[in-house]
Design a protein around this ligand. Structure first.
Ligand code: PLP
Length: 430
């Protein structure tokens, strides 16, 4: 594979942008080597500036559940943009979007559109704090909620010690307000609430952790968090920026039958445009400006072009059998990869829910963050580059989930598995 054009662009970019990229994981730091630059994308494929084609298992980190450049999404954007790109006054598509979200996710009685997942989570914790009059936020090891100061915090040394910033620039006084729990540990959550329950404004959790590879909740764990929050008057926030419309039409909350107070969205609801949203109980959402005193605003929020792309995508995913097909294809991929690894004698396991999956270079089961982190990173990196050379693009990090779209058919999966058989054999050979 020739990468001359990507290489030239990356050399220029390195001088102009931090790390040559506009978001860190794109730089391939964790797997080594250089990123390729996309020229275009169609269906299940990314095509780079050197003309190489890749089966894409990232889908722009989640949004492209209907495949790249879906004709219906492109047509919807095309139609709307001719009437103007932004109005700064309300438009009808915002109402349709709010109707669609509140219908598909009944825990969201009202919704506010924003421009990214980060904005959605920041706004949701402000609302939790404003509504409860409390300051502490609880999050979980391995969960990612965007780059807001309150989330760039890791656990201190004892269970109840205060959070420690994990990025320079995050004030210690703010980090002190973020408490971090081990995901899937029932007892740790109970103890924290017993000690500090009255100070906790809200708990924010990825109901399925997709930012530390892919960790599925233990049976009853989300219910447990629901009960603790209800008992102690804390707001339960499901960060469904990744899982929303990905693991089921109603998101992880529909799949596990747990009702959060607030939910954050992003990725799929924008269909590839920059969009986020948060929604939830009417009595909470009414406290947001201008109907209430908790401030949150956005110049481009509810942008018509973004709404059109999102709505067209939300239309496509409501087709009968959409999730059943996605799940069956993802199963085919996961089972095929497992068989290829087993045949080569490489320790390997997969996790996943519907069209979201994790790959691990170790034996299962994967019950929590420590299990996920114990995957063999060096082996993953060989796998990543071996697959990339064969035209298959998985996430350039051992700790990110992968995604299928409805355009990933048997041809793409067969190509992927043929490549994987060769790569696993190489890895086994040492
Ligand atoms: C991607 C993601 C975010 C951040 O969304 P951005 O649009 O990148 O700001 C927040 N939470 C979760 C769970 C995510 O996967």
């Amino acid at each position: 594979m020739n990468h001359d054009n990507s290489h030239a662009l990356f050399q220029q970019a390195l001088d102009l942008m931090p790390g040559g990229v506009n978001s860190p994981v794109r730089a391939f730091k964790s797997v080594g080597g250089e990123p390729f630059f996309a020229k275009r994308a169609e269906g299940a494929y990314l095509i780079d500036v050197d003309g190489n084609r890749y089966v894409d298992y990232i889908g722009s980190w989640g949004p492209m559940i209907a495949g790249h450049a879906h004709p219906k999404v492109i047509a919807a954007v095309d139609a709307v943009m001719r009437d103007g790109l932004s109005f700064g006054v309300p438009n009808a598509l915002e109402v349709t979007m709010a109707q669609t979200i509140t219908r598909l996710v009944p825990s969201c009685e009202m919704v506010r559109m924003v421009n990214s997942g980060t904005e959605a989570t920041l706004s949701a914790i402000r609302l939790a704090r404003g509504a409860t009059g409390r300051n502490r936020i609880v999050k979980f090891e391995g969960c990612y909620h965007g780059h807001g100061d309150s989330f760039l915090v890791k656990a201190g040394s004892g269970m109840l010690t205060l959070g420690v910033p994990n990025s320079p620039g995050v004030p210690k006084t703010l980090a002190d307000l973020t408490l971090t729990l081990p995901y899937n540990d029932f007892e740790a959550a109970t103890r924290l609430f017993d000690d500090l329950g009255g100070d906790i404004a809200g708990v924010i959790v990825e109901p399925i952790v997709g930012n530390a590879n892919c960790i599925v909740p233990a049976e009853g764990y989300l219910q447990h968090l629901r009960e603790l929050c209800s008992k102690h008057g804390a707001i339960l926030i499901f960060d469904e920026v990744m899982t929303g419309f990905r693991v089921a039409l109603g998101g992880a909350q529909a799949l596990y039958g747990v009702t959060p107070d607030l939910t954050t969205f992003g990725k799929i609801i924008g269909g590839g445009m920059p969009v986020g949203a948060y929604g939830g109980r009417r009595d909470l959402m009414r406290q947001i400006a201008p109907s209430g005193p908790i401030y949150q605003a956005g110049t481009l929020s509810g942008n018509p072009v973004a709404m059109a792309a999102g709505l067209a995508t939300l239309e496509l995913i409501q087709a009968p059998g959409f999730y059943e097909n996605l799940e069956a294809r993802t199963r085919l991929l996961r089972d095929g990869l497992q068989q290829a690894a087993d045949a080569a004698g490489v320790a390997f396991t997969t996790t996943g829910v519907c069209a979201m999956f994790g790959l691990y270079f170790r034996e299962g089961p994967i019950n929590g963050y420590a299990d996920a982190m114990a995957s063999d990173g060096a082996r993953f990196n060989r796998f990543f580059h071996g697959m990339l050379q064969r035209g298959v693009y998985f996430a350039p990090s051992a700790f990110e989930a992968g995604f299928l779209s409805s355009m990933h058919g048997e041809t793409e999966i067969a190509h992927t598995l043929a490549a994987a058989r060769e790569v696993f054999a190489d890895i086994a050979a040492g």
